[in-house]
Design a protein around this ligand. Sequence first.
Ligand code: SF4
Ligand code: SF4
Length: 310
Amino acid sequence: MLKNEVDLNKTGTVFNIQRFSVNDGPGIRTIVFLKGCPLSCYWCSNPESQNINKELLFNLSNCTGCHKCEKNCEHDAIDFNNINRIDRDRCISCGNCAENCYPGALVISGKDMNVKEVLLEINKDSSQFRRSNGGVTLSGGEPLLQNEFALEILKGCKQMGVHTTIETTGYVNKNILENVLPWVDLVLLDIKTIDEEKHKKYVGASNKIILKNAKLISDLAKSMIVRVPVIPEFNCDSKSIENIAKFSKDLNHVKELHLLPYHRLGLNKYTCLGKKYLMKDNINTPNEEIMLKFKKIVQKIGLKCNIGAH
Ligand code: SF4
Ligand code: SF4
């Protein structure tokens, strides 16, 4: 029997709790997004997830020009002459401006929560979980960057009888995985490419630790699915997909691989954060024909394959 004492006071930073999701694990799920990621993928659709600290987002299209933010900032970080509006060197993400911005042009991403508060939010959806065989998915960023917080949430979920999934980059210390996996029913592991040099360029780190952890997770996890974001000019070719599928097929308990076509839905958030989006303007979502071709490659290698959303 696993020891199941939950530290309800452990705190962490959550940037979203999304209900009624059907893409990230079985049934209807509540996704708890934890802030912070050690990677920086060119195509990241949640750029507000990358920084572990709270961040201010500014959406010019909601701004009425009332100047209240300027008056409420003690750090002189609001600059109407700056195209991005926020002087990020001065801003400490205190949120005073956002609290007084009624049209919602300024928003703080990230909220300090303790485990008890997160579990109370999760508990609101318990009847959905029962009806649909759903549960909770921890996502990010990389949810295991806040591993102590994540662990207590997972333990709390199991105490409540809730199915648990983590969506991980795999770019995590081995000991952390060993601690957390006993409390996880399903691991969704992203494998982006087998090519290390490409991984370094487009993801910001080597993939060696991820591929090593893939083996560890497949040995220890109750269930695991490999997920592959399909990104034009990165891995959107038959050879890249075949290499990932072959690698996944050789893992002990992996029977399923999901292909997640690239999309540009997070683009506006880059503008709101004053960050540069690194994907070229002319790159679009891979069409159905290409995705079906890749699906057949994966199936031929002997894995069940879904084309999903991410
Ligand atoms: S408080 Fe909000 S609406 Fe008013 S100027 Fe500042 S950002 Fe714009
Ligand atoms: S979050 Fe705080 S420091 Fe940053 S601009 Fe707003 S009021 Fe100023």
